[in-house]
Design a protein around this ligand. Structure first.
Ligand code: 4AD
Ligand code: MG
Length: 477
């Protein structure tokens, strides 16, 4: 095709020259002004059409959503709202778009409606901004780890293990579900299955990342993970992307420092490289907040919140300290929490996490040293024999954004924990081997990528920050 100039570039290009642009019509005003968007940036390019010289039937085909190729002359704009505009010398319609049936009209649509037409929602300002920010964050993650000498490790997507031991797995099989081969005792004969054993989609790449870290020192994974948990919330997906760094010769403090540095780096990167999109999302959120009653509105705007987050150290405290704060909190005393905090050992619900972050500390919080009973088997046991070297990072408006720990590197202790928690040690000899052959202190964590994108874009529902969300009852597109 002809050389095209992206709209992002033409907005700052030299005037007085000829250019070719391609994109989709957002609006066509007075048969004269086309607002053209090609997704390279939020802004549209204004195209000026000399309608008197054009065929009326042709002009009618310039409708919202149509794809056009336009040759024209770039001039300083006469009108307000843009610096330059393109006077069209030739227009080709690459793809018509029938306005009678095109679902996206040039008006405000609800996010719920747009979710139903997720195949077209990229064409809106909100979603194009969200997905450009998502891209920038993904890129920044690789940049961050690359600059620090981490090795990007591709952990398997199909696996035989349940890394979290929580049993929330999607099974992977090629067995005929209408005629499942059985053993004599009536159980399923997985020896006849594709891999000769039962397999599932991974819930986390951590265990494989540990294997890598115990040779390469510093690794990270960044891939899709799957959880068959029946959580219909604005923070859960059945398929989400996770970043899991794993570091040898590191303890929990090193782990917290890495996580805090990483989050600040990523947010700073977005502020610097996505200024136009974030300014738009900031305004979008401000408009959305105005619809809420005064007491429910967020205290900070999006940009303010992002800057606040990089400028202040995260609050660090133990689970035990947090329980004391929660026990004595007003919502607990007034029985406003749905789950009241009565004793040490209680699992924290998102209402508690949000109270700590949004009401008590008013900044990101790192909670450490959780009861072993409510955490995974691989976390390092403290000397009290009761808590583990876990850390959760809690963010305003999000709750848990990161979960991680120092790992149990002592063979005997790990084996005992696995037995206590009914983790099949015999199937995980490969994991235990690392503790037998040159084990060492190590630590890591998992960042939920969509929760990060949610935080940075201010989108309230996680289904609106991944192109095609998977959640209970939905696997469209
Ligand atoms: O806390 P989680 O379950 O931790 C792990 O999977 C560890 N193996 C990580 C590690 O230490 N390497 O999950 C980590 C993060 C959570 O903090 C959350 O941000 C995100 O993953 N997450 C989800 N995001 C969207 N939808 C879900 N269903 C999620 N479950 C967890
Ligand atoms: Mg967690």
């Amino acid at each position: 095709m002809a050389q095209r100039t992206k709209i992002k570039d033409i907005l700052h290009a030299q005037t007085g020259k000829d250019y070719t642009v391609m994109g989709w019509v957002r609006t066509f005003r007075n048969s004269q002004f086309i607002a053209l968007n090609d997704g390279s940036c939020l802004a549209n390019l204004q195209i000026v059409v000399d309608f008197e010289k054009m065929d009326a039937a042709f002009l009618k085909r310039i409708t919202t959503g149509a794809a056009l190729k336009i040759d024209g002359h770039l001039i300083p704009s006469q009108g307000k709202g843009q610096n330059v505009e393109l006077t069209a010398t030739h227009i080709d319609i690459l793809g018509d778009c029938d306005p009678e049936v095109y679902p996206l009209q040039p008006k405000k649509h609800s996010l719920e409606f747009l979710r139903e037409i997720a195949h077209l929602r990229f064409r809106t300002n909100t979603f194009s901004a969200v997905f450009r920010v998502r891209h920038a964050l993904a890129f920044a993650i690789h940049k961050f780890f690359n600059e620090r000498g981490f090795v990007y490790l591709h952990s398997p997507i199909i696996t035989g293990s349940d890394a979290e031991g929580a049993g929330e797995m999607f099974q992977v099989t090629t067995l005929d579900l209408n005629n499942v081969p059985k053993n004599e005792d009536g159980s399923i004969n997985y020896k006849k299955d594709f891999f000769g054993k039962a397999t599932n989609l991974t819930v986390s790449g951590q265990l494989e990342a540990e294997l890598g870290a115990l040779a390469l020192s510093e690794v990270y994974t960044f891939g899709p993970t799957f959880r068959a948990e029946n959580s219909n919330t604005s923070r859960h997906l059945a398929e989400f992307w996770m970043i899991e760094p794993e570091v040898a010769f590191a303890d929990l403090t090193d782990n917290m420092n890495l996580a805090e540095d990483m989050l600040k780096y990523l947010i700073s990167y977005a502020l610097e490289h996505c200024a136009e999109d974030l300014a738009f999302l900031d305004q979008r959120l401000a408009d959305e907040e105005k619809q809420k009653p005064q007491q429910d509105r967020a205290e900070m705007g999006l940009l303010e919140k992002l800057r606040f987050c990089i400028e202040h150290p995260f609050e660090r405290l133990t689970y035990t300290e947090a329980i004391e704060i929660l026990k004595n909190s007003t919502p607990n005393k007034k029985k406003k929490f749905q789950y009241l905090i009565e004793e040490w050992g209680a699992d924290l619900q998102s209402e508690h996490e949000r109270y700590l972050v949004e009401k008590h500390f008013r900044k990101p919080v790192i909670l450490t040293d959780y009861p072993k009973k409510i955490k995974a088997f691989y976390m390092r046991l403290n000397d009290d024999n009761n808590t583990v070297r876990a850390m959760d990072i809690l963010f305003p408006g999000i709750g848990e954004i990161i979960g991680g720990s120092q790992r149990e590197e002592r063979y005997e202790v790990l084996l005992e924990r696995m037995q206590e928690m009914h983790i099949p040690a015999e199937e995980m000899s490969w994991f235990l081997d690392t503790r037998k052959f040159g084990t060492c202190p190590h630590a890591g964590f998992g960042l939920g990528f969509e929760r990060l994108v949610q935080f940075v874009t201010g989108m309230s529902n996680i289904r609106d920050v991944i192109p095609f969300p998977r959640y209970p009852g939905n696997a469209e597109f």
